[in-house]
Design a protein around this ligand. Structure first.
Ligand code: KG4
Ligand code: ZN
Length: 508
């Protein structure tokens, strides 16, 4: 069986209704009621099963008082029965009900439908009651069934769920990324970077980045589909970064994703770039083990997060109050005349230098700063200190070693990053640290993080570098997690938000 499944959207109403009417005849729900049921709601989830672009089944649950779930409806079109679709839909409902905290699940089924009853029994349901002449006007009895959503029942359902095929689009900074995943499996991760175009400016120029996204999006999309070996019509949903990032750059990805969603009729998920950096770990590990602290360091951000649940509970512990860590590398590389991007060239220069040669300041680590800015970062003072040091040395005509300056600067950045991340783990009693962002390529950062985490009994996760730098696969992966947790798609009126808060994992 190869059906796709995704959350139902209001545009599905006519097709759903056609099946409802054909399946239930006179006992079908009125169309108005169906419309209400499909409207986004915090306690209802409806899914449609698709064969190609056609809806061939649907089902919905309502989670009542967070404790038990009722199957609202389930139907499969006549010509598709007997192919396991009803089971697939039920597995999806069980999985979502459990994720929403329900511990038991109820349904009613016509007494003259033994096939359905057998199916429900195989999923863990048992009859608890019989309602006489419930289905009118024929006067058919309703069998009331109940399932205990035990760990075993839920696990079987989750295993059986076909994982959604999600296309992710990322354009928040200078990488145009398109990724494709099926559930937790990476199928394609294609990136076009406009880095070279920014090199002569020593940093990302927003207008140039936006322009480059426009040019790169179509070829990147085509290449991702080719690599994954799927067509656009097979995609179950589109996910896109809607923030935080550069406004103009974000707008290009958001516009493209919306156009694709409208043209193909697929649901769209507007997701948070920073949470995407965390979600990417499912592609290597099969899950994001929570709670975890995440340290995200790139040219655009330096954030320390406490992730209690990837799709529902992310807290910003702290962030940079001025330059991002990668930006500091870029600026210092520039003032040392080393080129762009700064990270790799400083890493190279530092390889031969002495990290203890110069004691550069560690931003926001003094006792008084640690009270107010325990998890915040500041790198602009460090950048100025390096500039001043070089100026003084040059003025004195000293023959200083660039390697020593680079190594000492790098040590100062990395020391602060790792110290604060480890403190966040210890303070919050979270024995896990996940790294993300382009600065993770830094050799000394990896080394020091490994050392200090080991000493503190913290498990360190560093995804592959191709997944750490900005990419579309992480956006697709987060989209897939949201879908599998039963989240409704975003409505088309969401906007790019350059300062999107990390607590907004998905913009509805
Ligand atoms: O995640 P990323 O690709 O996204 C943007 O912010 O665009 O990160 C790029 C940043 C640049 O600032 C670059 O200097 C930095 O990551 N970076 C490094 C290293 N490699 C790249 N920083 C320190 N050490 C490195 N080896
Ligand atoms: Zn990023």
């Amino acid at each position: 069986m190869d059906f796709a499944m995704r959350p139902a959207v209001e545009a599905d109403l006519d097709e759903i209704y056609a099946i409802e009417h054909a399946s239930f005849g006179s006992t079908a729900w009125p169309k108005q009621m169906m419309t209400t049921e499909l409207a986004p709601s915090p306690n209802r989830n409806y899914f449609v099963a698709l064969e190609g672009d056609r809806i061939v089944g649907y089902a919905g649950i309502c989670v009542v008082d967070g404790n038990h779930a009722d199957v609202m409806t389930i139907a499969v079109s006549a010509e598709q029965r007997g192919k396991g679709l009803g089971r697939a839909l039920m597995n999806r409902l069980i999985s979502v009900a459990a994720k929403r905290g329900a511990r038991e699940m109820f349904l009613e089924v016509r007494a003259d439908n033994p096939i359905a009853q057998t199916l429900y029994e195989s999923l863990g349901f048992a009859q608890i009651d019989l309602r006489r002449a419930y289905y009118q006007p024929e006067g058919i009895d309703a069998v009331i069934m109940r399932a205990d959503l035990s760990a075993k029942v839920v696990e079987l359902a989750q295993q059986a769920i076909r994982e959604p095929l999600v296309l992710g689009i990322e354009s928040s900074c200078d990488e145009t990324g398109v990724g494709i995943v099926r559930g937790n499996t990476l199928l394609a991760n294609v990136i076009a970077s406009s880095m070279d175009a920014h090199a002569r400016f020593g940093g990302v120029v927003p207008e140039i980045a936006a322009r480059a996204h426009l040019e790169s999006l179509q070829p990147t999309l085509r290449e991702a589909l080719r690599t994954a070996g799927v067509s656009l019509s097979e995609i179950d949903a589109i996910a896109v970064t809607n923030g935080p990032g550069l406004a103009g750059a974000l707008m290009v990805g958001v516009g493209a994703a919306k156009a694709l969603a409208v043209a193909t009729g697929k649901p769209i998920y507007a997701v948070n770039h920073l949470v995407g950096h965390v979600g990417v770990d499912v592609l290597e590990r099969g899950e994001v083990v929570t709670p975890t602290i995440a340290l995200l360091v790139s040219g655009g951000h330096t954030s320390l997060l406490l992730v209690r649940d990837l799709v529902s509970d992310v807290e910003l512990l702290g962030e940079t109050i001025d330059d991002a860590a990668g930006e500091a590398f870029d600026k210092v590389a520039r003032l040392l005349g080393l080129g762009y991007p700064g990270g790799p060239v400083i890493d190279q220069a530092a390889a031969t230098g002495n990290p203890k040669a110069i004691r550069f300041p560690r931003g926001l680590t003094l006792p008084k700063d640690m009270e107010k800015h325990r998890y915040d970062f500041s790198f602009s003072g460090l950048k100025t200190a390096v500039a001043r040091w070089v100026e003084v040395a040059e003025a004195k005509g000293e023959d200083f070693s660039i390697g020593d300056v680079a190594a000492s600067f790098r040590e100062a950045v990395v020391d602060v990053l790792v110290s604060k991340a480890v403190a966040a783990c210890l303070d919050n009693n979270v024995p896990r640290l996940l790294l993300g962002g382009g600065v993770v390529a830094n050799r000394r950062l990896r080394e020091l993080a490994a050392e200090r985490c080991e000493a503190a009994g913290i498990e360190l996760r560093i995804p592959a570098l191709s997944l750490c730098t900005d990419n579309g696969a992480m956006i697709a992966a987060l989209g897939a997690q949201l879908i599998m947790a039963g989240h409704e798609p975003s409505t088309l009126d969401f906007a790019a938000d350059s300062t999107l808060s990390v607590t907004s994992i998905q913009t509805s």
